[in-house]
Design a protein around this ligand. Sequence first.
Ligand code: ZN
Length: 287
Amino acid sequence: MGGSLFGEEKGEALGPLYKSESRANARHVPAESRLHEGSSRLTCGKPENIITVHTTYFCGSVTAIPTSEGLVLIDTAKPETARQTLDVVRSWDNSPIHTVIFTHGHIDHTSGITVIDEEANARGVARPRIIAHRNVKRRMDRYEASRGFNSIVQGQQFNMPGYVYPIGQRRPDEVYDDTLALSIGGERIDLFHGRGETDDATFVWLPERRVLASGDFVIWVFPNAGNPRKVQRYAAEWAIALRQMEQLKPQSLFPAMVRSFLVRSEQRRCCGMAPKRLSIWCARRSR
Ligand SMILES: [Zn+2]
């Protein structure tokens, strides 16, 4: 990916570190070896570039926003991908990481904080502040209390026999309930809580850039409204959150998975069609 995108945006693909695959070849290449293909540094509404690190369908993306106080990261990747993900960010920007926002408490969004903290310790700088919805703390506590069961279920779902769910990661320093307006180093960052895949979810809106980072509210495929042996997800509230995102009319939408960003026609497919389908799904369930 590279070159002109749409509107005022321009993208710079990460070329030298990770080579592209043709679609025909890609299906025969293990997903882990294609990590970060399609990661980009984008000019979105301001001269300072936003970095978005795509980490394949199996792991949430990471977005880095430059500010005069340091980087603000949205999510952190998972233990297996966090080091590479941070390396990709560092290939473009070496600033200290000032704040980390967890879009929700799933480990492919939160557990990379350990690598980030290790880097801060090695540099002799303060570890970043973590901000998240209040229920992220409760989720982390619940996962630790149910670690044995969670290991079995996750191992079955992702075909990883013997899998052990990682625990002990750092909790958020600051939590919010409904909305939170941040101003960090000249960047306005608005957090909105919604329920969809989880009850602790946040989508992030940068009003001056008209950029939306959706977390797992948008993963391009049909919203995953439920899995066997897990708690039911929040299909009706998910549709509401997607409608709220649509009303913001973002110039760019950075989804959690799939690839770096979605253009407007793709946003309409996610934020316009998905709520209708979720509503139909809810209506059929309630019969
Ligand atoms: Zn998730």
